[in-house]
Design a protein around this ligand. Structure first.
Ligand SMILES: Nc1nc2c(c(=O)[nH]1)N[C@H]1C(S)=C(S)[C@@H](COP(=O)(O)O)O[C@H]1N2
Ligand SMILES: [Mo]
Length: 445
């Protein structure tokens, strides 16, 4: 963030100069920085608050509490129209490969419906004609597999016990758009997360049926999607998890989501699901699983992919790959799924607020809400998860002291006592693990 030292800080200038006709332009002049007027980063400068009041046409009762570096939640909405087969209301971030996220108010269901589950593809979606569940096979192998075998989906269904779990899957890059300097990759805001119910067989049962050698340390998956180049000798992505995660009760080889076939974009006819870990470990269009005697070395396993620095670094630092570690459990996080950001609310009436919270392998123990930019907090009612690794629902009622612009902030605390940060957490080169508090805008009238 280069600021121009020749320019005066805003305090020393007249307000008319600051606002001008266009607050973003005015800000640019002040700080000598090129700004994309459509970029939410345009509000990161110190005059952001004043610009916001002008743009909103409303007073901000708790303005003095609001950290100057924040992008107002009122401007964080996206109304881009978009349609993908079987999906509704998702916002497309990239179409080659297809990546689309879900606006928070469409994640209001306790169990995420298929039409609202985000899509994150690293390669080319397999041709629908090749995704026939009747002749699909899953191969189990690898150097630490005693007896490599091939199963049809019918074999899996017939030979192993079926299990259903609601599992929270979140892309490791969810929230990336808020990092400064920007990290390359899909600019996810908050919508690369979902918590549907998956049905399948335990990965453990299948691996044990094939024999796990004593030296096994990791599993890796291979899917049927091609690398974006179309080169069949290259994998689009091939990641995995340590044996301890692979052997958990909830780690599934799933064929169904919410009691229906998996949607094509979410891995039909078969996928791996490792709830609570970066969703990149949940292989779609699953063709093969290998049991490894070393950390799996498929595409996107090595740093910097899905890895973060082992120590905190200053924003923009170049971090050597050997100083990075693979992301395991995702951090504590929450969403406000009702109301939709930007609503108007009548003064004097309580406002019902609700959402979900999750914490990777852990559970969430508290959910706090603030309407005064984090100066004071109060606890919401938080429910237990449907099962381990499912997100937890919370709800509350809020009252507002006077008319004006407010933000509702939600902050979850995990079962180890760790809370979400109010602002974007430690910068990392690829922009992973942003679990900053979710904020929505409310205008009290
Ligand atoms: N075969 C395959 N599996 C994959 C991917 C992929 O591109 N190909 N993307 C991974 C990543 S990075 C994420 S975040 C999740 C997304 O799952 P979804 O598209 O069902 O929401 O799938 C993971 N599994
Ligand atoms: Mo991801």
């Amino acid at each position: 963030m280069a600021s121009n030292s020749n320019k005066q800080p805003p305090e020393q200038r007249g307000l008319h100069e600051l606002y001008g006709e266009d607050p973003i332009k005015a800000d640019e002049q002040l700080w000598g920085r090129e700004t994309d007027p459509n970029s939410r980063r345009g509000f990161l400068r110190r005059s952001g608050l004043l610009a916001m009041a002008t743009a909103l046409g409303a007073s901000i009762p708790f303005a003095k509490n609001m950290p100057a570096g924040l992008i107002p939640a009122a401007f964080a909405q996206s109304d881009e129209p978009f349609s993908l087969p079987g999906k509704e209301g998702l916002v497309v971030l990239n179409d080659r490969p297809i990546n689309a996220e879900t606006p928070p108010h469409l994640l209001d269901d306790e169990i995420t419906p298929a039409k609202h589950m985000f899509v994150r593809n690293n390669g080319l979606v397999p041709n629908i004609e090749t995704l026939n569940p009747d002749n699909w096979t899953l191969e189990i192998g690898g150097e630490s597999c005693e007896t490599p075998r091939i199963f049809t989906i019918a074999d899996l269904k017939a030979q192993f016990e079926h299990h259903s779990y609601q599992l929270t899957v979140e892309c490791g890059g969810n929230g990336r758009s808020e990092y400064v300097p920007a990290a390359s990759g899909n600019q996810w805001t908050t919508g690369a997360v979902a918590s549907p119910k998956f049905t399948g067989v335990r990965l453990r049962d299948v691996l044990e049926a094939c024999g796990i050698k004593k030296d096994a340390v990791y599993i890796g998956y291979y899917g049927a999607d091609l690398h974006p180049s179309g080169d069949p000798s290259r994998e689009s992505i091939s990641r995995g998890v340590p044996m301890s995660k692979a052997l958990e009760d909830e780690t599934l080889i799933a064929w169904a989501m919410n009691d229906e076939d998996l949607p094509v974009l979410n891995g039909h006819p078969l996928r791996l699901v490792c709830g609570g870990w970066p969703a990149s470990t949940s292989g779609k269009w699953l063709k093969k699983i290998v049991i490894r005697n070393q950390v799996h070395d498929g595409n996107k396993m090595a740093a910097p992919s899905y890895s973060v620095p082992k120590y905190p670094v200053a924003p923009g630092t170049q971090v050597p790959n050997e100083d990075m570690e693979i992301i395991q459990s995702m951090p504590v996080k929450s969403l406000i799924t009702f109301p939709k950001t930007g609503i108007s609310h009548q003064l004097g009436q309580p406002l019902a607020v609700r959402g979900h919270a999750w914490a990777g392998d852990l559970s969430v123990s508290e959910l706090h809400l603030s309407i005064d930019f984090g100066a004071t907090w109060h606890k919401a009612d938080l429910r237990k998860p449907a099962n381990r690794l499912a997100w937890q629902h919370w709800q509350s009622e809020l009252s507002f002291p006077e008319k004006g612009y407010y933000e509702i902030w939600a902050k979850a605390v995990d079962s180890n006592g760790k809370a979400q940060p109010m602002v974007v957490p430690g910068w990392n080169p690829k922009g992973y693990l942003n679990n900053a508090c979710h904020r929505i805008a409310v205008q009290v009238i």
